[in-house]
Design a protein around this ligand. Sequence first.
Ligand code: PHE
Length: 344
Amino acid sequence: MKEKIDQILNEINELTCNSISEIEEARVRLLGKKGEITALFDEFRSVAPEQKREFGQKLNQLKNAAAAKIEEMKQAATAIADKVAAGQVDLSRPGDDYPLGSRHPVSIVRQEVVEIFRKFGYDVAEGPEVEDDYHVFEALNFPPDHPAREMQDTFFVTDKSQSNPILLRTHTSSVQVRCMETMKLPIRVICPGRVFRNEAISARAHCIFHQVEGLYIDENVTFADMKQAILLFAREMFGPETQIRMRPSYFPFTEPSAEVDVSCNICHGKGCNVCKGTGWLEILGCGMVDPNVLEASGIDSKKYSGFAFGMGLERIAMLKWQVKDLRLYFENDLRFLSEFQAEI
Ligand code: PHE
């Protein structure tokens, strides 16, 4: 009986009603002839005489609490009803706005890049962030002990010296390997995702960042196809006047490889502090997929060729909004994030 009293007392404390009829329903349920509290008074008759005093007091308290709560709700409801009747409350007035959140700048850029390549007919693929050495390095033509592995300082999950250790992926090229292993040719895919490198955190470097990498494999794919795809992307992303230039570069998984710059869309090539006076901004790395990489995933490199490219999303966001401190993208400071409300 004691528990039942406490339980009803809790219910009364939390009780809310939206109309006079709901209040009346609550009154009948608790205090009516067949109400829960009335039923407890019936039960009270069979309580042992030595407990009658304690339970009697509790029951009376419960009854008074219920009556007081119902009276209080009735008065509040009548007060509103009176105001409405007197025309002092306009119930048709729209409610207050909920504060609107904003999308993260990196998400905004990722969606833009993904939408552009989707229009070009690319699929989107995702893969694990915790990967094995094979998919991040070995299948991409990084030989063991080759200095190229040190280009991408790696966080190891299992012991580095064991065979095929587990690690945090340093690029989403690992997803491209998984695509080559499983997808039917031709392959046209982009892989957005989070990547990890063991770097000291500063305004210009972070140990976590985001990439979108792309891969296109078919018969007779040439360097000219790659150049055209990247030019079209750059013009969709940075405006129709955008020019690109390619500089020779090195990646273990592509040959030849290039670094791509776009013409600075702030000074239009005249030179400003964003492009450091050069008129050009570096946006991505690319190249023709090395035949060794195709063969490692079981693709006939005599019949097929392809290109791959990869870009950092924080880098593109920096160029788009001139936010030059990388740490801001990871700190979740609402003062920074709410600046992107207009971008939704
Ligand atoms: N995976 C490279 C990186 O993370 C980028 C890249 C992708 C370069 C594809 C060439 C081709 O730096």
